[in-house]
Design a protein around this ligand. Sequence first.
Ligand code: GAR
Length: 297
Amino acid sequence: MEIQSSIFGISSFGIHNPKTPFFPSKATPLSAPKQVLFKTHFSLSSNLSFTKQTLKVSASVAKVECEIGTINIFEDGLKRKIRKKNLAVFVSGGGSNFKSLHEATVNGFIHGDISVLVTNKPDCGGAEFARDKGIPVISFPKLKDGSGLSSHVLVTALRSYKVDFILLAGFLKLLPAELIKAYPRSILNIHPSLLPAFGGKGYYGMKVHEAVIASGARYSGPTIHYVDEEYDRGRILAQRIVPVLANDTAEELAGRVLHEEHKLYQEVVAALCEDRIIWREDGVPLIQCKENPNLYM
Ligand code: GAR
């Protein structure tokens, strides 16, 4: 018994190890709508985990209704079979990444909706934009004047919005452990340097770019990573390189990095919402290429 398609990188041998080039003999190009027969005895469910020889992979893709039976695959859209996701974006400032993500949800590039915005600065540009667009704004954390939600109530509120993923976009507060535990492998952050360089407490905004220039580094660029209980430390999901030019000011470098941030975050969140994140056996997340599921970014 075997799965006859590697559409999601799943073959009769499980999910192939992205470290090893893999060209399945029965690979079928995604050229036209078609039906793929799943004849497996595997029971595929969310956070699938199984072992074949040395290979052990958790796959978020597997939660896509992979029961015994048939599933329609279309060239232009895993989207048709994948539930639209609810996103919470956390901001502290102008929110240009938030605005860019919002645009991508509106134009359909991201198969998700921004259900709620969370901020520690209720008057910031990001929060104003959200209110303009009719997106609910939650204030977090709790302040001395009594405003803002506690961690516990925040988790409850996010649940009530049925939030699938949390996206930090210039949110400068450390997330509470309770929230991180409530959303395992579901929280992303964007940082404006090539982590692990120029990250951690104190490295935010223009300080990052100043430090990059002062160090003499020739390359910088955004990193998107999963969030754990320390600043800028979780597993890296995606990066993009931006050259540091000889006469760059921090502002000029920041502008070029931010331009790449917007594009990268849109692409990564699109993949996230299409269940195209694959966890390698050593815990590194990879993005499955939409056009060729045997390639990873
Ligand atoms: C972005 O450059 C983001 O990478 C950075 O804050 C900026 C927010 O800009 N985040 C950090 O430094 C996190 N350590 P935005 O509000 O215009 O999206």
